[in-house]
Design a protein around this ligand. Sequence first.
Ligand code: CA
Length: 232
Amino acid sequence: MPATVLVVEDEYKLRELVRSYLEREGLSVLTTGSGAEAVDLASRAVVDLIVLDLGLPDVPGEEVAREIRRRSDTPIVMLTAKTEQRDRIAGLEIGADDYVTKPFSPKELVLRVQAILRRGAGSAAASGPASYGGGLLVIDEHKRVTTVRAQEVALTPTEWGILVALAAAPGRVFSRLELINKVRGYEFEGYERTVDSHVKNLRRKIERPDVDGAIIDTVVGAGYRFALRRDP
Ligand code: CA
């Protein structure tokens, strides 16, 4: 079954352009120009990824992203105008996986969409369950499942990628740039805050420092480090 992408963009021409590029790659595409309808569609239809314009006429894109995030971890790629850096950061903090700045090349957008969909699907070479911290955390790359204290935790593709990268080398410090490149698989003109936002969201989902201590350490001036040991 082809993956389904929901394109949310109020500019008709741009929306149809994006649709045609995605369809050319064999993806199934739903479109809407309304933020309210996007939230509705995302909750009713099976959607594998959402391309979301931040500048929508009815509901601000960030609000749409937040609404969608409350109910699902469907990856989101945001479309932003160059002047909207603050919005862009806000969007990433909500949990969007990537953004493309307008004007953008549709080809570039397609590459990013495909990269995220691939990450979501996991790779054939992925390994089975690995347990950390005396069974506190289990990462099953093959099934693409993370559990904390045997409870499954839903992660966005970016959060998942960061966790897998860190856990692959417990104790090793990864710089933010290194993490961005590992997770995205391509050079990314990124802001450090992008990674910080994702790590913050990831921690909120997997950590209870009052009970277990930290799972991810911040190493000031250097980056992040996985704090648990792999179980034998
Ligand atoms: Ca717009």
